[in-house]
Design a protein around this ligand. Structure first.
Ligand code: CS2
Length: 492
């Protein structure tokens, strides 16, 4: 409901002067597009798009963004078009809400509908950075080989039709082929370990299949900086739309809620320049890997743990779960005792302060970060978030009880029934296979563990072949029969 008596109009550029208190600044001449971003979701809009705008206000540069949706989904484009691609970010903490209208996105394209327009943007020499938030699924990466998954249907399609790409590697290779005079920098902003290296490898592998000489040129000339990105940005709800309208006196069809905290650590390798992100709080460094690992294990690893235990225990949001003393204690101890000792951070990084800040962020009552959202795509999330720590510590003979409980909780969630008998479904790219295993082993937890450990996309040979792990996971799975909270409490 609007506080204005007339029905509110849609947010658009004509309203910006009136919205002075909600904008980050004005431009005499709007910046031109310099970045093509693949994967225009809430996370990008609350993080890189906002920080890029802040950097342009501070230091100039033509770094406006063309956002591309890779899937055949026009919802975001349709929502933003009447708003001239403006949208608001609802920055929330316990103290209140700040509403900021973001102006840095100048164009939104949908690849399957407008392939020529996407390719024209990528070919345009003004495009100097192509950034990505396409989620783990988008990389077509096979952790078993450490390279491109050549059996992936989208990859197979693109190898047969290299001029009509639909996959990330296929699209980047087609574009880079056209950019040999002046390649853009390719910047992954996804939650993968060594995200830039993974992306570089899948792109080179794809190119090698169609043109080995192009592959060698990409390997020699194209920069793929690694980045660590962090800001919790839940999916938008109708309540968020109402909040945006109330604050702006204009309708925003797709605002983004997020927390106040943000972090961005970027490997400083950009062949053709970059926005002055260092002026707006980003850390530019030559080694992102320690930060990436800390974030993946401490934040995302515990997020996934909270998610699977919460599905069983019946919590719907992260703040609800972390308010439970048993979950709080388990997560805090998991970070202190199991994760922190695996991290090798630069001098001055206080890992326990990082832990405490995470716990406070999880408790943010204004975010309502939904468990269902975090629990998606477990087959791709488990390895970088939980299994790396698990494998390292198992090999060193160190205790991993909370990680075992987390993995066992994911396994139990495949049965799709909470401790209170409620049914739920896990969304996952390999859900049919996982659910078939769960159904085949419905009364046989020992078989469930054996069969799931055999899914080689998830579990490395070292983990799959570990008798110790099999026994320990079975024990954790059996402990969950008494309820997730009771099992968590027993570990402390
Ligand atoms: C979350 C992340 O949905 C998830 O799996 O763990 O999206 C998390 O909120 C972000 O990585 C925070 O930066």
């Amino acid at each position: 409901m609007s506080k204005h008596s007339k029905p509110a109009a849609r947010l658009d550029r004509a309203q910006l002067p009136r919205l002075d208190a909600h904008t980050l600044g004005t431009w005499r001449q709007a910046p031109a597009i310099g970045i093509v971003h693949l994967g225009l979701g809430n996370f990008h809009r609350a993080h890189q798009a906002l920080l890029t705008e802040m950097a342009m206000h501070k230091a100039g540069g033509d770094w406006a963004i063309c956002g591309v949706n890779l899937l055949d989904d026009t919802a975001m484009q349709a929502a933003l078009a009447p708003q001239e691609n403006l949208y608001s970010v609802l920055i929330r903490d316990a103290a209140g809400e700040q509403v900021v209208v973001v102006q840095s996105i100048r164009e939104v394209l949908v690849l399957p509908r407008e392939p020529e327009a996407v390719m024209a943007r990528l070919r345009d020499p003004a495009t100097r950075i192509v950034s990505l938030t396409v989620t783990e699924k988008g990389y077509c990466y096979d952790a078993r080989t450490g390279g491109l998954d050549l059996t992936h249907p989208a990859v197979q399609h693109d190898l047969a039709h290299p001029d009509q790409p639909c996959s990330v590697p296929g699209l980047l290779v087609a574009a880079l082929r056209a950019r040999r005079a002046q390649p853009f920098t390719v910047m992954s902003c996804d939650n993968l370990a060594h995200n830039g290296r993974v992306l570089r490898q899948v792109v080179i592998d794809f190119a090698a299949q169609i043109d080995p000489e192009l592959a060698a040129w990409i390997a020699a000339e194209v920069c793929f900086p690694c980045t660590m990105v962090d800001r919790i940005a839940p999916a938008t709800t109708d309540a968020d739309r109402a909040a945006a309208e109330l604050a702006l006196g204009a309708i925003d069809a797709w605002p983004v809620p997020c927390e106040r905290f943000y972090q961005w650590v970027i490997e400083d390798r950009f062949a053709q320049g970059r926005p002055a992100w260092e002026k707006v709080g980003a850390t530019l460094t030559d080694d992102v890997i320690p930060y990436e690992l800390a974030k993946l294990r401490m934040l995302n690893g515990t997020h996934s743990t909270i998610a699977y235990l919460s599905l069983l225990a019946g919590f719907e949001t992260v703040d609800q779960a972390i308010a439970d003393p048993t979950i709080y204690t388990l997560i805090r101890n998991m970070m202190t005792e199991e994760i922190a000792p695996t991290l090798r951070m630069p001098a001055g990084f206080d890992v326990l302060a990082y832990r405490d800040e995470l716990l406070a962020r999880y408790a943010n009552p204004a975010l309502k970060h939904r468990i269902a959202q975090i629990s998606m795509d477990g087959s791709l999330k488990l390895p970088p978030r939980l299994l790396g720590t698990l494998q390292e510590r198992l090999a060193a003979g160190l205790p991993v009880r909370r990680h075992l409980l987390a993995v066992a909780a994911w396994m139990r969630c495949l049965w799709g029934v909470s401790d209170h008998g409620q049914r739920f479904e896990l969304s996952d790219p390999i859900a049919p296979r996982l659910l078939k295993i769960a159904a085949d082993c419905s009364n046989a937890p020992d078989q469930l563990v054996v069969q799931l450990l055999g899914v080689s996309e998830i579990f490395s040979p070292q983990l799959a072949q570990s008798d110790q792990l099999r026994v320990d996971l079975l024990q954790a799975l059996l402990a969950l029969e008494d309820g997730a909270l009771r099992a968590a409490k027993a570990l402390g």
